[in-house]
Design a binder for this molecule. Sequence first.
Ligand code: ZN
Length: 113
Amino acid sequence: MVYYDAHCHYYNLNKTYMNFFIAAVSIDYPTSLKTLKFKSKNVLKGVGMHPWYIDEKSLKKVISLIEKADFIGEVGIDFKYSNVSRVKQIKYFLNLLKNQRKRKTLNVHAYAA
Ligand SMILES: [Zn+2]
């Protein structure tokens, strides 16, 4: 049997899961770099900036990694738990989307309550 994990913070794990097909998300620049180094055929690599960890200095660096990734994620909006202002979250989310050359799948964190 094969299992699918559509949202896994795989950079925290130091183990290979042979029976899993994994969408490995990242939350910032360092985790995006780490995720891109995975060689396993059953791991799709995502680069992103989580709405809890928005950082102006890292935005361009994360954007520069998008072309090497299989998808963009984790990105999104969180009006409940993030300490970042709503305006800034929306601005960064839109920036990540418009700065990709090819349209890639998004893995979105969304909490707007
Ligand atoms: Zn997540």
